[in-house]
Design a protein around this ligand. Structure first.
Ligand code: SF4
Ligand code: SF4
Length: 264
């Protein structure tokens, strides 16, 4: 997942082959609007036993689905990510500027407000040492990721509401879910605020940690104004999109990348 030039530049990118690389809506919007690649060309939709907030329905049964980056065909096992370029040596990400958040942040995660390194990593031993890393930069990326994840969970909850409200027996195609995602994120992008992305996402994560909940799912009167405004802007954008069916089409505007924080 090629997180930095240092450790990754001498690595064979095992992470890009061995993991199922999960994506969130913001990743899909950024790749499709930025590179003009339809979701069907790089995503894999699969059934999952998880019932977490990022899983979605395509009908009114209990079956849940999730999405991840597709893999290269023709390989027996541990297939490469569709965006991995072998180049005759260590693999390199072919969409570096647009790679999903999970790729941008691997192998780090937020432990409260602290940056930590996963222990079960595929990286060469000793590749990542916090003492040698720009921890502030990693924290910024992880904050943006957390906020983007909360937004995705909210978008998915709206989709699941739509499925639940459909006439009995309706079965949605995955292409309809992708279309919904792209239109939802386009609506959010159009409502983007001017506040600094890093500042908003830091405040957003502080809220998440304090209340153990997304500001979108469980707003609180003690929510910081910056976070409350960001959440309201996102909800307003999606409400407008959600109740205006004619907005939901298959068109994707030219590049209008969401830096996630611009969601605020
Ligand atoms: S998008 Fe890039 S960094 Fe992420 S798994 Fe694929 S090749 Fe690796
Ligand atoms: S396995 Fe670790 S060091 Fe190797 S490319 Fe992936 S993130 Fe970088």
């Amino acid at each position: 997942m090629s997180s930095t030039a240092t450790a990754c530049s001498v690595c064979s990118a095992r992470c890009c082959a061995e993991y199922t690389v999960s994506v969130i809506g913001c990743d899909v919007w950024n790749i499709t609007s930025g590179l003009g690649i339809p979701p069907e060309d790089y995503l894999l939709c699969f059934q999952t036993n998880k019932v977490g907030p990022g899983t979605f329905c395509l009908d009114q049964s209990d079956t849940r689905y999730d999405i991840a980056l597709d893999k290269v065909e023709g390989q027996e096992e541990k297939r490469d990510c569709v965006f991995l370029m072998p180049l005759g040596g260590p693999g390199r990400c072919g969409i570096h500027a647009y790679r999903p958040y999970v790729c941008q942040t691997y192998p780090a995660y937020l432990d409260g407000d602290m940056v930590a390194i996963r222990e079960d990593v595929l990286c060469p031993t000793g590749a990542w040492k916090l003492s040698q890393m720009n921890v502030g930069g990693w924290r910024e990326r992880l904050n943006l990721f957390q906020m983007a994840q909360d937004v995705y969970y909210y978008v998915v909850s709206l989709w699941n509401e739509r499925v639940a409200a459909a006439p009995v027996g309706t079965v949605f195609a995955i292409s309809e879910y992708y279309s919904f995602l792209l239109n939802a994120y386009r609506a959010i992008a159009r409502r983007g605020g001017n506040a600094d992305a890093k500042t908003i996402s830091a405040a957003w994560v502080a809220h998440h940690n304090a209340f153990a909940a997304s500001p979108l799912m469980e707003p609180d009167e003690k929510t910081a104004p910056l976070v409350a405004q960001a959440a309201t802007r996102i909800q307003d954008a999606l409400r407008e999109f959600f109740v205006t069916p004619e907005v939901c089409d298959d068109e994707v505007d030219p590049p209008a990348r969401i830096a996630v924080g611009s969601l605020g």
